[in-house]
Design a binder for this molecule. Sequence first.
Ligand SMILES: NC(=O)c1ccc[n+]([C@@H]2O[C@H](COP(=O)([O-])OP(=O)(O)OC[C@H]3O[C@@H](n4cnc5c(N)ncnc54)[C@H](O)[C@@H]3O)[C@@H](O)[C@H]2O)c1
Length: 412
Amino acid sequence: MKIAVPRESAEGETRVALTPQIAGQLVADGHEVLVQSGAGVASSNTDEAYREAGATVVPDAATGYSQADMVLRVGKPSDEEVEMLRDGTILIGTLGTLAHPDLAARLAKRGVTAISMDAIPRITRAQSMDTLSSQATVGGYKAVLIAAERLPKFFPLLTTAAGTIRPARGIVMGAGVAGLMAIGTAKRLGAVVEATDVRPVVKEQVQSLGGTFIEVEMTPEEKAAAETAGGYATEMSDDYKRRQAALIAERVKDADFIITTALIPGRPAPRLVTDEMVASMKPGSVIVDMAAEMGGNVEGTEAGKEVVRHGVTIIGITNLPATMPGSATQMYAKNLQTLIKHLVGDGTTATIDFDDEITKGATITHGGKVVHEATAKALGIEPPAAPAPAAAAPAQPSTDADATASAESKDA
Ligand SMILES: NC(=O)c1ccc[n+]([C@@H]2O[C@H](COP(=O)([O-])OP(=O)(O)OC[C@H]3O[C@@H](n4cnc5c(N)ncnc54)[C@H](O)[C@@H]3O)[C@@H](O)[C@H]2O)c1
């Protein structure tokens, strides 16, 4: 296949879809890789490094898009880039089509097979393709480093000739991939860490990292309802939220820093820290709200901004992985390589096999239609009914009018 890697167009994006190393391995597998000049510069991957790896450096995005069987991106294509995509091209990126279903409609209209990394099913078999996890790992780590950098005091306990310094106390809200990484990182820096989550199963994981679990008492019914079959959190009852808020209100008074990561797929981020709670915190305390883009877990968070309320710094940073583009790109590229191998199998071109759980879950558009059930619902169109037969790509756009696979409704 001819695989194009354009420079990311979103403001502030520093990552690129492939590292020179993975580009070289794709070339060794028999593919031709076309990298837009300068695409890797912000992640310290030079044009020269891509050339040395065997990729071809092309001067602009249009040159890659005009030849590509497959386009690899980190984020969404711009409107201009959507127009550059050829009928039958496979586009892989973090497309966020549940939040931007209009993009899916435009990609379907262009005959593009769009695969979104945020729709890869969170199953064991797909772990090595899971960019939500790999990028959340980077995010959780960086959130703690940012908190440590802004906090006007040490994280660790220090006993010095100039006196004893008590360790910083932190709370991590939401102990998923990012939250667990944040707990581990804060512990390694010497902080005392507490964590909260609606999913009772994470208690042991928090404790295994040295954190203390702030446990909201739950009825057996609440325990059973707190987690979907896919392992995601659900929206809790008002009564649970009241009990959780009372417990959190007690704990935040002692916290020097809070990292919030709580998300509910397809819903606005749950509000966990009220303005009153922020006001109860010590001046100089720091909150990093990783849910800022989804409305924030903290009252007063402004997405993309750092604000000070009641003497507390609230950081609503929205693209944490872009603050560490080297490792974030390395992990993202590895996830993409595994997905490409999965699609290509023993062949030389990608096959969109709707009998395969991973391909089916992540494919958003195919054969001119939006085939991803949740995205179709977000568009207000009838979700597709019947699975499509396997279709080979590239340059073989499906002409089957019934090619409307019932893609798994993925809570991406
Ligand atoms: N491939 C795999 O097998 C795989 C890989 C990664 C994650 N997972 C699973 O996917 C699930 C989601 O992980 P994620 O990191 O993407 O989560 P996420 O980003 O969707 O949410 C972050 C955390 O916030 C928690 N949360 C939601 N509402 C909350 C509230 N009101 N109060 C406190 N906490 C709240 C969630 O339970 C979750 O732990 C987990 O079960 C995880 O173990 C599976």
